[in-house]
Design a protein around this ligand. Sequence first.
Ligand SMILES: Nc1nc2c(ncn2[C@@H]2O[C@H](COP(=O)(O)OP(=O)(O)OP(=O)(O)O)[C@@H](O)[C@H]2O)c(=O)[nH]1
Ligand SMILES: [Mg+2]
Ligand SMILES: [Zn+2]
Length: 303
Amino acid sequence: MHTKTPTTSIANHFIPPLQGIIVAAYGKRFQVELPDKKRISCVTRGKKTDLTCGDLVTIKLTDQHEGVVETTLPRKTLLYRSNAFKSKMLAANVTQIVIVLATQPSFYEGLLNRCLIAAEAANIKPLIVLNKCDLPDHDHASEKLALYTTLGYKVLRLSAKEDITALKPYLEGETSILVGQSGMGKSTMINALLPNESVRTQEVSHVLDSGKHTTTATHLYHLDSTSQLIDSPGLQEFGLHHLSAGELEHAFVEFRPYLGKCRFNNCKHLQEPDCAIKAAVTSQDIHAARLAMYQTLRAELST
Ligand SMILES: Nc1nc2c(ncn2[C@@H]2O[C@H](COP(=O)(O)OP(=O)(O)OP(=O)(O)O)[C@@H](O)[C@H]2O)c(=O)[nH]1
Ligand SMILES: [Mg+2]
Ligand SMILES: [Zn+2]
């Protein structure tokens, strides 16, 4: 004969914390998805708000669909941007940054460089996608990207509206975040990859040559049991104030063979004599545009 286990009295004494993943971040409120896919709307204790999409957390239920975040599990990676005053987390635990560019609206090469530098500094692999290749006149955008292929970055050309197949193999087994300016087609890509989702998208403004900032919060979607995809709001700027001088110079992949070879140990590669990086620009081993980008970013650092 089986006797009934007194579950209720045990439950009253110890409720094990539930583990979940943050699938959406709205300021101080977070959607946490539990292993059974149930979603709980959570707040944090006190003033703690340093949580972001992709964070693994433990929560305590306060209601059937509401809870409080108790702890954050250690992060494998953290992608964030910062200016002189504040920093903003974009996502945690991502393994790949998909930098989404388009032929229209025109993309800023400075922002592309900043995304690449952030990816290198956070040890996250970048992938560059030129979207909207169905539109005429994409040659100019394509030409601008030749430099990045030379640096070893993969540049994928596609049209999310016509055929997203080319992107699929790159997403397998990865947690990828789509980043880029507004109107490049990030949410359109989510819809193309996940036909059951209907993420809001919006026509771009041709007059302003810009998107309309349609996506306002970061969201994580499951592609399959091992692949996740994060949609994020369009970026206008990408400050990198949090990087040290050493992190910055190492994030320029083609600088690495020359680092430590300047006359001065603490060479900033700005005006110093006998600078190995500037010599490599003269010999055309480093592209002048990348040194200019480095110098812009170096001037923004506090040290
Ligand atoms: N022709 C063409 N248009 C596209 C393609 N991909 C997206 N679009 C259009 O571009 C516009 C902007 O797309 P969205 O997906 O909203 O862009 P987004 O990057 O998510 O923009 P934000 O949410 O504002 O950051 C929409 O009108 C899309 O239909 C494409 O491959 N070809
Ligand atoms: Mg969007
Ligand atoms: Zn130097």
